[in-house]
Each structure stands twice: as C-alpha cells, then as structure tokens.
Design a protein around this ligand. Structure first.
Ligand SMILES: *[C@@H]1O[C@H](CO)[C@@H](O)[C@H](O)[C@H]1NC(C)=O
Ligand SMILES: *[C@@H]1O[C@H](CO)[C@@H](O)[C@H](O)[C@H]1NC(C)=O
Ligand SMILES: *[C@@H]1O[C@H](CO)[C@@H](O)[C@H](O)[C@H]1NC(C)=O
Ligand SMILES: *[C@@H]1O[C@H](CO)[C@@H](O)[C@H](O)[C@H]1NC(C)=O
Ligand SMILES: *[C@@H]1O[C@H](CO)[C@@H](O)[C@H](O)[C@H]1NC(C)=O
Length: 945
C-alpha cells in the first residue's frame, strides 16, 4: 500500500496532466458539451487548441494500476490484477469496478487479451469462435505490460518490435454500462470498422471521427456520411480493422463485443467505447492484409460457398404488381440479350405480408413461375423472408405447438395486460409491429434447445412444397420494429391509428429503464436526436431471448447473425441444394452462413461510389458475397447513373439491380444504352465466372477475400493506400469503374511494380501505361479492366516468364460437406513457362471429383508474347495436336491466342497435361525481363440464352 501511494504521489506531482492533441480522449463523447461539467468530472477543458481534437478530454494517466506486475518496465505476465486508482478521474458514466482481471494468451502466432471485472460473470456474445485453434503465421505477436503512473500494455510484433497497440495514452475505464479503452496506433493506415458509410476506404485521422456500431434498420446516407464527425450505425456490426506499421507490415484487430459500441479514430489514436460485456480483443499478425483476413476468418469462420448460379446477374424490385409484370421483365431481359440468372420478389408476393404465404391476386401463378424459371431457362428464384411472424396464423400455431420461442419480456408484470391474440395468451412474448397488419413476434434464433430453428426450418420446408424458391433474402433483421416508444408507467396497449396492431412501449422510468436509457447511450442513440434512445426502430432492450438467457441490450446486434445461421440451414433443408441466404444485418461470422447487400441505398452518384468502398470492406469482414442495389434503390435513377452502376455492379459478387416501390422501372433493358452496357459488362463477367467462382471457392476453403482493395496486393506502394474507388478481383484483375456523371474517361492508377494488360475493348491484350492514366470510358465500352502480368526472372540471358493460377470446380449446386476440403470438387494448378525456345502450359490436377464433368479448356490467351510461335508445333503431353485453324498470333499486339474445339479435356488424360509450342526464332530482346499476361478461358456458358 505504501508503495502504491508513493507511485501515485509521484505521478501527481511530476506529471503535467495535459495531453498531446493527437492522443486526447474525449471526456464528453455524448450529448453534453459543457465546460463546467467537464471540469467537475475531473477532465480538462481546452478551448485554446484547434477544433479538431475533443475540447474536453481525460487527463493523462487515466486508468488502472497493476497490483502484481513482475517488472514495471516490461512484463510479459499473462495475468495481472488491476486496481482503480481512487484519485484518478472517475468514469463519467457509472462507477468503475475497483478491480479488473487482465489476462492475455497466445493463440498460436496471434494474441488475445481480456479485461473483465474480478468476481463478475459478464456477458459474452454467444457466437462460436475457433478460439482454441492456433493461428499460424511466420510472425508472432507478444503482449507486454508496463507501469508508468498507470498500467498499460503494448502489443508487439516480435520480428521488428513494432508497437501494434500501445495503451500508455491512458483512458481505461470499466463500469457496468460504460467501458472504454484507447490505443495509439503506429500509422494512420487503418481500414475497416462497420457497418458505416466511410467517406474513404482508409480512415482519415486528421479529424476525430466517431463511428457508431449497433445493428439498426438505417438506410445509408452517402451524401452526408458524417454529421459533426459522427457516422451513423447501419444494419450490421463489424468491429474489426486492418492496420499498417511503418515498415509496411499489417495486422488485424478484432474487438469481440456485441453491445452498443463505437470507435473514434483521430489524431494518432483509436478509442473504443462499449456499454456492456467485456473487453476481449484478438490481434492477428498478418503480415500481409490477405493473411490478416485469413487469420481473422480462421477465428470467425470462412465464408459460405455460394452456388454457381448465385454468381449470375440478378433482378429485383419492390412494387411488382404481380407475376405478369415479372414475366414481362424477364422476357425483356432475354430479348435484349442481357444475361440474367436469378429473379427476386420483394414482399409484394406475400399474402398480407405474412411469411410463408403468397397472395392469390397478382401472385397466384408464383408456383408455376418458379417451375418455369427452372425448367425453361435454368434460372433461379430468391424470395424475401422477414423474421417477424404475425401471431395469429398457422406458422405461429405450429411454433407454439412445437415449443419454439420468441423474444420475450423478462417478467409477467411487464407484459401488457390486454391481449387480443388467443395463441399467445399468458405468454411473455414481446409483440412488435412490422409489415403485417396485426402484431408480430420475433423468433428466438438463439434458442438453446434448437426448437425455434427446427420450426423455422420446417416452415421453409413446408412453403417450398408450394413454391420452389432457391434462395432466401432475409431483411428487417436488426431486428426492425415500427413505432417503438418509451412508456411512463404501467404497461398498457398503446392505441394508435391502426387499431389492429398496437405499438410496442418500453419502460421509461424505474429500474427497468436502464436498458433503453443507460448512462451513456452511444452515438447509436445520440445521432438520431435528443428524443432518440436505444429502443428506436427496434424492440425494448429489456427483451430476452436464448430461452431467457440474453438481454437484447447486450445481444440484439446478433439477431441477423442468428437468423442467418437458421436460414442457411433452412434453405438447404427445404431445397435439398446449396442455396444461398442474403442478410441485411450481419456480425462477425455471418459470412459463414450468408451474403449481404449494402442496404437501402439511393440512386445517387455518391451511393454508387460508397458501394465500391462497402464491397471492399465486407470482404475484409469475411463476407465476400456482397453487393449494392445496382442503379440505386430509393429515388428515380437516371439513364447515365444506371448505366455506370450496371458496369461497376457486374464486378460485385452479389450482382443485383433492385428498385423501390412507386419508382420508374430501372431494369437494364429499360433503356437501349443501359441494355447494351449491361449486356457487355455481364458477358465479360460470365466469361470470367470460373475465375470468380475459384476465388470464392478458395476463400471458403482457406479464408481470404474475393474483391480486394489495392493495398492487399501492393502494400509497399504508398499511392495505393489513398485509393478508394478501384478494386481487384483476387490478385490479378484490376477494375477501374466510372463513378461520376458526364464522363467519357476515367482516371486510374496501375501500380508500376508490375505490367498490366488491358482486357477491354480496342486495347484488348495491350500493355497499359503504369501509374496515373486517363482511360477512355465511353458508355458503349466496358469500363477499364486490366490483367496483372507476371514478370519473369532474367535467367542468364535466356528470359523466362512464369505465370501461375488455380481453378476450383464442382457441380455448383450440391450441399458441401462441413469440412469443405472433403467436398466433391476438382482443383488444378496452372503454370505457364515461356522461353525463347518454347512455351508450355503445365496443368496439374490436385484433386479429382467424382461425377463432375469439367467444361473443356478451349481458349488460352497470352499477352506480351514477344517470340514468334510455331503454331503448327503444338503438342499435348508430347502428342501433336492441330490448333492451326482457330489459333492466331499477332506480332504487333504480341497477343497469342490458342483456340481449338476441345483443346484440353480436363476429364481425361490427367493428372497432368502439358501443352507445348515451339518458338520460331530467338527473341530480339534476349536478356531483358519479359512479362506475360496469361488468361485461360474455360468454355462455360452457364444459362446464357
Ligand atoms: C483472471 O482470469 C483468469 C483467466 O480467466 C483466471 O484463471 C483467473 O483466476 C482470474 N483471476 C482472478 C483474480 O479473478
Ligand atoms: C517474442 O518476444 C517476447 C518478448 O520479448 C519474448 O518473450 C518471446 O519469447 C518472443 N517469442 C518468439 C517466438 O520469438
Ligand atoms: C386470455 O386468458 C384469460 C384467462 O387467463 C382469458 O380471460 C382471456 O379471455 C384470454 N384472452 C384471449 C385473447 O384469449
Ligand atoms: C435438416 O436436414 C438435416 C440433414 O438432412 C436433418 O438432419 C435435419 O433433421 C433437418 N432438420 C429439420 C428441422 O428438418
Ligand atoms: C419517379 O418516376 C415516376 C415515373 O416517371 C414518377 O411517377 C414518380 O413520381 C417519380 N418519383 C419520384 C420520387 O421522383
């Protein structure tokens, strides 16, 4: 004790409490902005400084003291007991726990830390993590504690000593409903956090910007993504980022917490605030961004493998009058020759908006239409399903009879006394109001007995017997509820205009109100005005699920995740096929079960731009099957915007045009120009689907991304870190979309560390200029797309170029085994070697599927081919093959195109195939590095016309 107070004394006397602006932690992050209150809280109010850093900030050395540290300087102790310094500034939002337990452990090469009050059993999100499987990496992270006035820790990269995290800037607070931790970051190259609209892919640390995270039915606002430096919380929660160190190595940081939370990025620091749970953080060593994502996915699960058809183009709108209109649209698409594989229906098809029903007015023919899509066109049908179930019809009867559970009030005295629904009489079910006319209940997808999920699966299976849908689109699962209010006193049924469905009211006073009105409500409430609280647009935070185990206060951001788990299984059981679910609300590990669309955007150029960032971020979050509503959901689109969006959206994994009710049609066939552009873009996409599918397959198998930010592949290129609006498909295909009005060109950047070959229009196969270039981008052209070349080694004067690739192939639609490596699939590696003497393509089959026929490899394009090939010399495995009829070589463009019907049949003759062609004369430029771009094209016309 003497030792402790001595330290305190010294720190009080010697330390100046002011803090460098770049490390200031906001002491009034909420509605209050009051200097007197600030000082009364023990914080420092400084108006002299610029307006960027928070004016009211915590004094230096705010935090806890370690009681059992083995060395004050650097201790790798795995357990440390922390004591709140009674003289230190108090938590402004509750009483800090006096003692905390800090532990850290190695998770293979990764590091995991946990801070939780001693003697408390705190909530932990019930999302299964593979947190006992060691993470492998060539690098290693270590957590080192030290004490200098306060306890702090560093997360260190062993190989370089770089500090990935450094909490010595102070700010650790831990009360029941307010938790805060801050860290200095090594660079401002920080990417991630969601779901928010970020103005740029890389975070901007020149402002102190706060992003709220709490699942909410909230449409993105891409025009004003931040108001007063606060970015509002959208549908999902992803508290994960990739950060860079000064030397270009990258790491990942995952804050595992599902309470309402937020981060502030600014100065040289990140501050986390959460209003419940505990501090659990996983640190991934990378060192490359792709490795970071793989390591993260090793913990949260690799992404679901979509069926092949789900990579086709998809069309939807809200407000179809009926099947006739949908048939007309599908016919119009076919007449225009625009590839389409999936048709959607929004809630229009439902009977009175009740799940597992269809209306007999416009949609009486839905069952036949589904069959028609399958049988006549090999197309697929995806239908919308909302989680909320009206409490007075057959699915609800079956739920009650099978003991399925719904979100409930924790006590009977909270349940409104008047009940008009016999089925749920004398239950604790919390009634809400969504699209159906009467009240609804929200299925308990965390039901520990699994009865709710079984009932859900059964409902899908029963409905599938009526309508042969193939995919499920799950919306409104934040969960969204209409008209939720706070109530002052005893529970009553709030009457409103619609007498059929009273509104939900949550406790506004007394002890029960601390769920919806906690001391700090986070920007997820403040952002929406002074009367906004946590229950806004959703259920009461006092609601419970998981069979009465979890409060919504802690766990409501998991609702969409839990519905994805159930629906993923339901679609598979109902269809007997792989199927796909698309979820609006997501959480870490949602990608294992579902894809995501970026929500109710608008037909604005800003939304087109933000969707490019959104798709890259969701790849970082482990949900690569993602896309925006092409042409914009809300507001009437324009011909030009829709055309540009179709061109870009052809590079979304989930590529769907979707439109709001009462708006003019925007299917691409609506305008001849858009039809032509969409046809061109979709045909390019379809031609390269085996590549896109292989990228998804690899991500599902090993983890990783499909759409990739440029800094993933070129981390050492300083310029790419500021690029938000270009992206890659995997490692090799660069996409530069047009995202502004009135443009016939687009400015793009091609990293000079490699050679790029154009894949678009008249410059097809040509070397593209490196660095910043203005590319032609007229309406009737494909947007600029480039293939990354492979630079060969200078092989003692005999230049050699090598290109590698992989292909994954299966039946595209069967349910894979849980361990995807045991699934029935083919895989191949490709290696192209070129020298002045000859060129060869070596194909090696690395896994063979049974009863899955591969399409023939009939076309190989080689760019930058500076030798003169003797096409008549071609052999496969030493046997001559005649490819002369269709193959071409152009010595000006240096494009070699090897084409022959049935060129290589990958079903026979393996496990290796070697195609060799002799070159006629030695290269003119022998001894100089060459570069080749190699494109292998399988002949796969998947449901095209
Ligand atoms: C701290 O947490 C660790 C790991 O959960 C546990 O083993 C230890 O008993 C805890 N210590 C205290 C003082 O609660
Ligand atoms: C990493 O660094 C820590 C602290 O210096 C050290 O204790 C540990 O042994 C190192 N681990 C490896 C694998 O080098
Ligand atoms: C609910 O049950 C009570 C008796 O417990 C009964 O008086 C009431 O009529 C029932 N209400 C409905 C809507 O079935
Ligand atoms: C779903 O399918 C699995 C695998 O066939 C089966 O074991 C399970 O019983 C099915 N669940 C339901 C609710 O039908
Ligand atoms: C959109 O266009 C349609 C058809 O031209 C028109 O009826 C409607 O009023 C427009 N809606 C808006 C919001 O501009």
């Amino acid at each position: 004790m003497f030792w402790l107070s001595l330290i305190l004394l010294i720190s009080v006397i010697l330390c100046d409490n002011s803090v460098d602006q770049k490390y200031r932690i906001n002491c009034q992050p909420g509605r209050d902005k009051d200097p007197d209150k600030c000082k009364n809280q023990g914080c420092i109010f400084d108006t002299s400084s610029n307006t960027v850093s928070p004016p009211c900030y915590f004094p230096a050395k705010t935090g806890y003291i370690a009681l059992n540290l083995s060395s004050n300087k650097s201790a790798t102790d795995k357990q440390i007991t922390l004591q709140k310094d009674p003289k230190s500034v108090k938590n402004p939002f509750g009483n800090d726990f006096s003692q905390l337990n800090f532990t850290w452990s190695e998770l293979g090469s990764a590091a995991y830390i946990k801070i939780t009050p001693i003697g408390q059993d705190r909530y932990r999100p019930p999302v299964p993590l593979a947190d006992s499987t060691p993470i492998t990496s060539t690098e290693k992270l270590t957590v080192i504690s030290s004490q200098d006035g306060i306890w702090s820790f560093n997360v260190i990269r062993n190989s370089t000593g770089a500090k990935i995290w450094d909490t010595s800037i102070g700010g650790l607070l831990f009360a029941d409903q307010y938790i805060q931790i801050s860290t200095a970051v090594p660079t401002d190259r920080v990417y991630g956090f969601g779901e928010n609209i970020h103005p740029t892919l890389k975070h901007d640390f020149s402002q102190f910007r706060t992003y709220a995270m709490f699942a909410r039915d909230q449409a993105p606002d891409s025009v004003n993504p931040l108001i007063n430096n606060v970015g509002k919380n959208l549908y999902g929660v992803h508290n994960f980022y990739i950060g860079f160190e000064a030397d270009g190595k990258s790491h990942g940081v995952f804050f595992f917490n599902s309470n309402a939370q937020e981060v502030t990025v600014g100065g040289s620091a990140i501050t986390y605030r959460s209003i419940g749970g505990q501090i659990e953080i996983f640190f991934f060593p990378g060192p490359s961004p792709e490795e970071v994502v793989k390591q993260y996915q090793q913990l949260i699960g690799t992404p679901v493998l979509p069926p092949y058809w789900a990579l086709g183009f998809q069309l939807c709108r809200y407000g179809y009058s009926g099947i006739k209109e949908i048939r007309d649209v599908v016919d119009r698409m076919r007449a225009a020759g625009i590839p389409q594989d999936v048709q959607f229906s929004d809630i229009d098809y439902l009977n009175e908006y009740e799940d597992f029903s269809y209306n007999r007015k416009g949609f009486a023919d839905l069952p036949n239409f589904a069959k028609e899509l399958h049988n006549n066109y090999s197309m697929h049908l995806t239908l919308i399903f909302d989680p909320a179930i009206e409490v007075d019809y057959d699915p609800m009867t079956r739920a009650i009879n099978s003991d399925a559970k719904f979100i409930e009030w924790p006590r009977a005295d909270l349940v409104p006394t008047e009940n008009r629904y016999p089925l749920i009489n004398n239950t604790l079910i919390m009634l809400g109001k969504v699209w159906p006319k009467r009240n609804v209940a929200f299925p308990d997808f965390l039901d520990s007995e699994g009865k709710t999920n079984n009932w859900w699966i059964n409902e899908f299976t029963l409905f599938r017997k009526q309508v042969e849908f193939d995919g499920a689109w799950i919306d409104m699962n934040e969960p969204s509820n209409f008209g939720t209010k706070l109530r002052n006193s005893t529970p009553t049924l709030a009457k409103d205009d619609d007498d059929d469905a009273p509104d939900l009211e949550c406790p506004k006073s007394g002890n029960d109100s601390h769920w919806d009105l906690p001391p700090y409500e986070t920007q997820a409430a403040f952002f929406y005005g002074n009367d906004a609280h946590l229950e806004g647009k959703t259920l009461c935070m006092i609601g419970k699920w998981g069979r009465n185990k979890y409060y919504l206060y802690d766990s409501k951001s998991l609702y969409g995740w839990s519905e994805s788990v159930a629906t993923h299984q339901a679609v598979r059981n109902a269809t007997g096929k792989r199927g796909i679910a698309i979820s609006r609300s997501t959480f870490p590990s949602s990608g294992r079960y579902a894809g995501h669309w970026l929500g109710d955007n608008k037909a604005q150029w800003e939304d087109l731009r933000s969707s490019v960032i959104g798709a890259q971020e969701f790849n970082i979050f482990g949900i690569p099957y993602v896309g925006s509503d092409i042409c914009g959901f809300g507001q009437n689109t324009t011909e030009e915007l829709c055309l540009r969006w179709q061109q870009m959206g052809a590079f979304h994994s989930f590529s769907r045009n979707h439109n709001d009710k009462d708006l003019a049609p925007q299917d691409p066939a609506h305008w001849p120009t858009v039809a032509a552009a969409a046809k061109k873009a979709n045909l390019f996409r379809y031609r390269h689907l085996p590549y896109l599918y292989s990228l998804h397959f690899k991500a599902s198998l090993e983890g990783g991304t499909v759409v990739r930010p440029l800094f993933f592949e070129f981390p050492a290129d300083n310029y790419v870190h500021q690029i938000s609006y270009q992206f890659l498909w995997g490692p090799s295909m660069m996409i530069i979309p047009v995202l502004e009005a009135n443009r016939t060109t687009v400015d793009g950047y091609l990293p000079p560390s490699t050679i790029w070959y154009s894949l678009f229009d008249s410059s097809y196969g040509q070397k593209a200029p490196n660095g910043n270039t203005t590319f032609p981008a007229p309406w009737n052209s494909l947007i600029p797309v480039f293939l990354r070349g492979v630079i060969g080694l200078n092989d003692g004067g005999n230049s050699q170029s090598i290109a590698n690739g992989e292909l994954y192939w299966d039946d595209g639609d069967s349910i894979p085994t849980d361990d995807l490596s045991k699934h029935n699939f083919h895989s191949f590696t490709f290696r192209f070697d070129g020298t002045s003497e000859n060129s060869s393509l070596l194909i090696t089959q690395t896994k063979t599927a049974t009863n899955v026929t591969l399409p023939p490899l009939e076309n190989i394009e080689i760019f930058g081919y500076s030798w003169t090939p003797d096409i008549s010399s071609a052999t496969i495995n030493g046997n001559a093959i005649n490819i002369t009829a269709l193959s071409t070589y152009n010595s000006t463009t240096q494009v070699l195109n090897i084409t022959a019907t049935g060129l290589i049949n990958l079903n026979n003759g393996g496990p290796t195939w070697k195609l060799t062609i002799l070159n006629k004369k030695p290269s003119q430029n022998g001894g100089i590095n060459l570069s080749l771009g190699v494109l292998l094209l399988l002949t796969v016309l998947y449901n095209l016309f």
